[in-house]
Design a protein around this ligand. Structure first.
Ligand code: 0CN
Ligand code: SF4
Length: 323
């Protein structure tokens, strides 16, 4: 064992949220029920390890439904899909299992409702992110994307008293509030979403990082580079006072030089990250002089979502068959 060099602060909550757990279990159940291959449109969640593990079990990840053979089973990812994608899948007679997180679906419903009432919708989110593409697809003619304050000057609305902002679920809370403030200076009549679009999991993981960042010389965030909520945790850590912070997919990506002069290491993980990857980071740190782990708790999470209904009814049907 190495000479003691310091301690670890471990964020709680971290890792899997209810929507990710449901989406990953949905693919596993689909494989059990239908057998391989089960097609998945886009990464089921934005995590390299999760995708590689499901691939080994027989999941086939595709970019678009036109890559799925007619009549096959396809799972839609946790980030959601536009109505156009659902229509394409139907046209190809695909058996779809919709693993869209219910909290993403909630934002889709809001977009539909405000579009029906003929509002202009300003969707705050990251250009090109799958969730944003799905949400915008609900009401393309009514929705404009605001990807940071730089986009605000280009926004055009028809009636400044009939404008609402909505957002992607996995943004930085503080950055989004700043964007909303700037939008409100341009459109004082701007309305807010009926409830928070940034989900509980995103908020809680950011809160836990904020609580520990001021004490940390280094914050390691486990997560993939295309995972919006994971990348945000690095930014939040630095903004909240961590001296240094890095995103790693695996313990093997940690650079020994990051530990130079480091007494306290913060550790957390994004909402799409299995706990095994965090355990491996803690083991890696323990063998390098950081064996003591103290938890920093920001919230208690108990939310669990039921599986997509397509799986529930299939399982029910199978159970009846075997009776
Ligand atoms: O990492 P994720 O798959 O997705 P983003 O953070 O990039 O949105 O985490 C699950 C979130 C959802 C939906
Ligand atoms: Fe749902 Fe939030 Fe998890 Fe995304 S991060 S899957 S919105 S609970």
């Amino acid at each position: 064992m190495a000479e003691p060099r310091g301690r670890v602060l471990l964020a709680d909550p971290r890792g899997y949220c209810a929507g990710v757990d449901r989406a990953v279990v949905a693919v596993e159940r689909a494989l059990e029920i239908h057998g391989a291959p089960v097609y998945v449109r886009k990464q089921i969640v934005h995590n390299k390890h999760v995708v590689a593990t499901l691939e080994r079990r027989g999941a086939v990840f595709v970019d678009e439904t036109d890559e799925v053979p007619e009549g096959s089973v396809v799972v839609f990812s946790a980030h959601g899909v536009s109505p156009a994608v659902k229509a394409e899948a139907e046209a190809r007679s695909l058996h779809t299992i919709d693993a869209t997180c219910p909290l993403v679906s909630k934002v889709h419903m809001e977009a539909k409702r405000f579009a029906k009432d003929d509002y202009d919708i300003l969707l705050i989110g990251h250009r090109g992110h799958e969730e944003v593409e799905g949400t915008m697809g609900e009401a393309p003619a009514h929705t404009q994307l605001v990807d940071g304050v730089e986009d605000i000057a280009n926004v055009q609305v028809r009636d400044p008293e009939k404008v609402v902002w909505l957002s992607q679920t996995t943004l930085s809370v503080d950055e989004t509030l700043a964007t909303v403030d700037s939008l409100k200076s341009r459109f004082p009549g701007l309305q807010s979403p009926p409830s928070d679009d940034i989900c509980y999991a995103t908020q809680n993981r950011q809160q836990a990082v904020k609580q520990m960042a001021g004490e940390c010389d280094l914050v390691l965030v486990v997560g993939s580079t295309n995972s919006s909520n994971s990348v945000r945790l690095v930014e939040v850590a630095l903004e909240a006072g961590a001296r240094d912070s890095h995103l790693v997919d695996f313990a093997s990506e940690i650079d020994e030089t990051w530990l130079e002069g480091v007494g306290t290491v913060g550790v957390t993980s994004g909402a799409s990250v299995p706990e095994i990857l965090v355990s491996e980071v803690l083991d890696w740190l323990a063998t390098r002089g950081y064996p003591d782990v103290e938890t920093v708790k920001a919230a208690e999470e108990r939310l669990v979502f039921a599986l997509p209904h397509e799986l529930k009814s299939r399982r029910a049907a199978l159970a009846v068959d075997t009776d």
